[in-house]
Design a protein. Structure first.
Length: 335
């Protein structure tokens, strides 16, 4: 059986064609597209199909946004995606839409041990798990433990209110509130969120960026420039922005772990975490993760891992299509 799998993000859309015997998944073909260069997902699928034989029985797409009744209005793209429309227009018998973080969650069990970096071993116990992913936006999802299996479920936790925990973060909240009104965690934990933090610190500390830095910010992706110059130490404000970003990432990861009671572990997905792994390894992230007052002892037991394999969502969407065909639950995440 052939399955078309998709990881639909605000910046990139990745499609892959898989073959499966109902157990193993084998990638036949894969391609990445600039999401904003297209008016609809159907156009991307058609572009993918132009150079290959796209005969598949099933398709499953992980999409950033709340999915309801086979329909989703994407959060960071001007698209409305409908499974029925895709099925009819492209002649695919069964099309499923799932939240992108649910796709990542389904993908966890398809990964090998080397696809993870362990930030904290903890003591894994039977129970729920959780995943948080900062990228173009901030995604969060849970994996419900039913006593034998983990079943992923969606949330829109990235859009809940940002909660500061010290004086500087309070000033950051006020700064962002004047710009956006409602300040969600996504406003600080995402690529654009890192840019927001950098702009705040530049004004707060009355810093004067170099001309070269300003030109680089205008010429390329500002979040990438901030990350690169921050990691290299070339820009002090960029380095401080990364430190604050990492601290906030740890804080919200701890929040999610408690909300989900994720004794089975917490996973960091998305495109940003692997790129700033050196900073995540430091004390800042785990200190913020654990700083939850009387719940510190609970969090000390929870394993925390970074997903290094950027194909997790593609594998997860394909795996979801296979499991949907079998009408069975998701196997226990063993990593």
């Amino acid at each position: 059986m052939k399955i078309l799998s998709g990881d639909i993000g605000g910046t990139k859309t990745r499609l892959a064609l898989f073959e499966t015997d109902g157990k193993a998944l084998q990638v036949c073909d894969e391609k990445s597209f600039e999401s904003r260069s297209f008016k609809a997902l159907e156009e991307i699928v058609e572009a993918f199909a132009d150079s290959r034989s796209l005969f598949c029985e099933r398709a499953c797409f992980g999409i950033a946004g709340p999915v309801k009744d086979g329909r989703v209005r994407t959060t960071n793209l001007p698209w409305v995606v409908e499974s029925r429309k895709i099925s009819q227009e492209l002649g695919i018998q069964k099309v499923s839409l799932i939240n992108d973080l649910v796709a990542n969650a389904y993908g966890i069990d398809a990964l090998a041990a080397e696809d993870f970096f362990v930030l904290r071993e903890g003591r894994a116990a039977e129970g729920n798990a959780a995943i948080i992913s900062a990228g173009t936006g901030l995604g969060e999802a849970g994996l419900y433990w039913d006593g034998g299996n983990h079943t992923p479920f969606a949330s829109e936790g990235g859009h809940t209110n940002f909660a500061p925990s010290n004086e500087m973060e309070i000033v950051l909240l006020k700064y962002l509130a004047t710009r956006f009104g409602h300040v969600s965690w996504e406003r600080v934990l995402s690529g654009p969120g890192l840019v927001n933090i950098h702009q705040f610190l530049t004004e707060y500390k009355q810093a004067k960026p170099s001309r070269e830095h300003e030109e680089a910010m205008h010429a390329g992706d500002p979040a990438v420039v901030i990350t690169q110059t921050g990691l290299s130490g070339q820009c002090k404000i960029c380095s401080e922005a990364l430190d604050l970003f990492v601290s906030l990432y740890g804080s919200e990861t701890g929040n999610l772990a408690l909300k989900m009671m994720a004794t089975g572990g917490v996973y960091l997905g998305g495109g940003i975490a692997p790129k700033i792994l050196e900073r995540l390894k430091g004390k800042t992230f785990l200190s913020a993760f654990l700083e939850k007052g009387r719940m510190r002892k609970v969090l000390e037991q929870i394993p925390v891992k970074v997903i290094l394999n950027d194909k997790a969502a593609l594998l997860g969407a394909a795996r979801c299509a296979v499991l949907d065909q079998k009408d069975e639950g998701v196997k226990t995440c063993s990593h």
